[in-house]
Design a protein around this ligand. Structure first.
Ligand SMILES: [Fe+2]
Ligand SMILES: [Fe+2]
Length: 472
């Protein structure tokens, strides 16, 4: 077990005290981070006492501590999951060799790009959500938002630690650039397109945490298999926190749907009383599910093949030994691709080139389970409406389906059909205006805005009417 230094200026289990040079570098970065947080983090809630969990260790049980804290005083720490000392590379070309504690020269650029791309999304999402607190539907939800935000901040710390420790001067420059790019900035935007739009209503937020954070889970999980041990252990621990973000989303959408079902059960129309009609919620699900699938990258990708061959990025749960051949050689993935005649045909892609598609398969299976849970709850509330996860071909802007039109069932359609139908499939401006009109802040303990049902339980076994955020 690693030793956790909680007294240090930067709490950590990476022995910062014994690495003065690194400690100084990170202590220099810290005030820049705090400035960024105050300027672009959650607007106006920095003086409130918020009941937050803070990571204090990496053990399975009891890794976090709950207490009131002002967000700028949050103890953003650096934690790597413990791992066996003799861990071996378990997939790709170098299988069986010891994992690396330092970055091999040949993979330096590729690893740096993976870390920077992941790292950039963490502060980006905080920036996207910075105005949301003003319309929080309850103190419970305001707390959840702040929890997600401080943890995304910690994830940035995790990536910055790797850059500072293992990538020398260019790592330090990359760490600074993380705070210089800003979501939506015309001149210096965030790296991934999806992270450049504000998330200013709670339907988008819950969809984002359900679908986009879940993309994050799969990216982190594939990096947690990495032969670069510090990256594997860092991302492993990030996944522990990520689970709560996805729960926030899943429960949030579930609670909005349940509220609408309750209203419908009483014979009334959700649209007439500031709740969200279920077909409208379905359009938001279609948008966010498809936008998040784009984040997996091309289904047929040499880049993905090289990252797998090099042992940098594995498949989901690769180390559990669930795949036939950990080298993924002489195997093919059956990929459906549209051809020039507008027909979808099956193409055999060498498995290594299809690693993004393989990861997407795991993601789609996971999302399918979430949608089924929402539907069970709707049934339990005597509601006939059932959500559907859009087919992976629908509304894609990256990968083999980009540039073609598909309906949510995954059937190829012509442009005229798309033009005619897409407003039934994706949120329209009218939907956005309506959702916006429903966003009313509710800061009274135990009370909830009209469009959302209360959760079944609070974090850390708190009662629902707990004062999660103290307004002074
Ligand atoms: Fe994150
Ligand atoms: Fe997250």
């Amino acid at each position: 077990m690693s030793t956790v230094d909680l007294e240090a200026k930067i709490p950590n289990n990476v022995g910062l005290r014994d690495n003065k040079r690194l400690m100084r570098a990170l202590e220099k970065w810290q005030p820049q981070f705090i400035d960024w947080w105050k300027e672009l983090g959650p607007s106006d809630f920095n003086g409130h006492d918020i009941y937050l969990r803070t990571a204090v260790g990496v053990g399975k049980g009891g890794w976090a501590h709950f207490d009131y804290v002002k967000m700028p005083d949050y103890r953003w720490g650096i934690f790597l999951a413990d791992a066996p000392e003799d861990r071996k590379i378990h997939f790709g070309d170098s299988m069986g060799e010891p994992v690396w504690n330092e970055v091999p020269g040949e993979f330096r650029n590729r690893l740096r790009r993976l870390i920077v791309t992941q790292g950039d999304t963490e502060p980006a999402s905080v920036e996207q959500q910075r105005m949301l607190g003003h319309t929080a539907p309850s103190l419970h939800d305001l707390r959840s938002l702040c929890q997600v935000n401080v943890e995304e901040g910690r994830h940035l710390w995790a990536m910055v630690y790797l850059l500072h420790t293992h990538f020398g001067g260019d790592g330090r420059e990359e760490a600074e650039a993380m705070l210089e790019r800003h979501s939506g900035d015309d001149d210096n935007p965030r790296i991934l397109e999806a992270f450049n739009y504000p998330i200013d209503n709670w339907v988008d937020f819950f969809c984002f945490t359900t679908f986009t954070d879940r993309d994050g889970k799969y990216q982190l999980a594939s990096l947690a298999e990495s032969s670069f041990d510090p990256l594997a252990r860092t991302t492993q621990f990030m996944l522990t926190e990520e689970a709560y973000h996805m729960q926030t989303g899943e429960n949030g959408i579930g609670r909005i749907a349940r509220r609408s079902a309750e209203i419908m059960k009483e014979g009334r129309d959700p649209a007439a009383e500031g709740a969200i009609p279920l077909p409208m919620l379905q359009r938001y699900i279609n948008h966010w599910a498809s936008a998040s699938m784009d984040l997996f990258g091309g289904e047929d990708s040499t880049n993905a093949a090289e990252s797998f061959a090099g042992g940098l990025k594995g498949r989901y749960r690769e180390s559990d030994g669930i795949y036939k051949d950990p080298k993924a050689l002489q195997q093919f993935y059956k990929l459906e691709v549209p051809n020039d005649d507008g027909q979808v045909v099956e193409k055999e892609v060498p498995l290594r080139r299809a690693m993004n598609a393989v990861l997407l398969d795991a993601y789609v299976a996971d999302c399918t389970r979430i949608v089924a849970r929402w539907n069970r709850d709707l049934k339990a509330h005597e509601c006939d409406f059932q959500f559907k996860l859009p087919n992976r071909k629908f509304n894609r802007h990256q990968g083999v389906y980009a540039g073609f039109r598909f309906n949510p069932q995954g059937e190829i359609i012509d442009e005229a059909t798309w033009t005619h139908e897409h407003k039934n499939w994706l949120p329209s401006q009218a939907d956005r205006d309506y959702v916006k009109s429903c966003m009313k802040a509710c800061y009274e303990p135990g009370k909830f805005a009209n469009y959302i049902a209360p959760p079944t339980k609070g974090p850390n076994d708190t009662p629902i009417d707990f004062e999660y955020v103290k307004f002074h």
